[in-house]
Design a protein around this ligand. Structure first.
Ligand code: FNR
Length: 333
């Protein structure tokens, strides 16, 4: 029996998948600020197929590293994005994760050499039979909704055709980034092409690619109207300041980083990822005196001191110690 409800992808504001950025603390922060659905970063199917522990921490048992961490709070809101080039492997990976997530997305838009040369991401846009087979096999194996995230093709009719075929194969929604594989983030996003797809294809289309013009909540609503989509998905504007999802307006970045750090402490997020996410939010503010001290930090404790969170850090560290566990140890066993 399918858990999918038709409204799930309708009228939603969504955090787009972002490698390294979209770990649990950042996803929860986006939910706090009003995102309706959050995507995971892309996780390659191989990784999930390695001997897993039966928890909501998915661990690579060959080296003890954490592959994916989730929690009950986001269970009905997290879409897990898979990078794949093989239908059988993708279906197996999807079935491992399905009970802990609200849906599975297949990345069909990543233009990076690593993805495309391995037959994943945007390589699937030019191999419609493989893309179809991947969706069908996942569909046959899992009960949660399946989506795909694509870029537009050179030819509008081809993009519409691709979306129609994905719909026939059973996707519940399609996220469309309005740039072609060759185009870079500074190129104009083709909002009118997305609008045309939304008008023509009878599956919810999630508009993406609008961050160059999105600074505020009102800009999100404008992007939604310009693309004629019921849902929109943000990557870079959320990366800059995830409180952009707040209807009542953005919060100062210092406050946002403090909230992010509280989650990072609470969930024992690994230091390199915590530093990467804060660096991505700080951008040019890394050149300020505080930014420079931040760049020199070697561990979470030093970062917490900069945002006056030393006390919370030490409380958590003591909690771990009292249970005989190591806090801030990236390798889990
Ligand atoms: C991305 N993007 C991306 N897309 C995807 O399908 N899977 C992924 O893992 C990633 N990773 C990623 C990391 C970072 C840091 C950025 C900035 C982007 C692409 C992203 O989801 C989105 O399609 C584009 O950024 C365009 O949307 P915006 O930024 O204009 O909202």
């Amino acid at each position: 029996m399918t858990k999918y409800n038709k409204e799930f992808f309708q009228n939603k504001i969504i955090l787009a998948p972002m490698v390294r950025m979209n770990t649990l603390p950042f996803r929860l922060l986006a939910l706090d600020y009003g995102a309706d659905i959050v995507y995971s970063e892309e996780i390659i199917d191989h990784k999930l197929l390695k001997n897993m522990l039966d928890t909501i921490d998915y661990i690579d048992t060959s080296d003890g590293s954490l592959i994916f961490r989730t929690c009950s709070r986001e269970k009905n809101k997290i879409i897990f994005q898979i990078g794949t080039s093989d239908a059988e492997r993708a279906a197996q990976a999807a079935s491992i994760i399905e009970n802990d997530v609200a849906g599975i997305d297949v990345n069909m838009g990543c233009p990076k050499h690593f993805s495309v040369s391995g037959g994943m991401g945007a390589a699937l846009l030019s191999n419609i039979s493989k893309a179809s087979n991947i969706i069908q096999q996942i569909r046959n194996k899992v009960n949660v909704p399946i989506t795909c995230k694509i870029r537009i093709l050179e030819n509008d009719q081809e993009t519409i055709n691709f979306c129609k075929v994905m719909k026939e194969n059973g996707v519940s929604a399609i996220a469309v980034h309005g740039r072609t594989v060759k185009e870079r983030p500074y190129h104009r996003n083709r909002n009118s092409v997305i609008a045309n797809i939304a008008k023509t294809v009878t599956v919810p289309i999630i508009a993406n690619g609008g961050s160059n013009t999105i600074e505020t909540y009102e800009d999100i609503i404008k992007f939604k109207a310009d693309t004629n989509c019921s849902s929109v998905m943000l990557a870079r504007s959320a990366q800059n300041n995830p409180s952009v999802f707040r209807k009542s307006g953005k919060l100062p970045l210092d406050e946002v980083i403090k909230s992010f750090l509280k989650y990072a402490i609470h969930f024992d997020n690994c230091f390199p990822n915590t530093k990467y996410c804060i660096q991505s939010m700080l951008k040019e503010l890394q050149n300020t005196p505080k930014g420079k001290l931040f760049l020199e930090s070697q561990n979470l404790e030093e970062i917490c001191d900069l945002w006056n969170l030393g006390e919370i850090y030490h409380q958590k560290e003591n909690e771990f110690k009292s249970k005989g566990l190591h806090f801030q140890c990236d390798i889990l066993f």
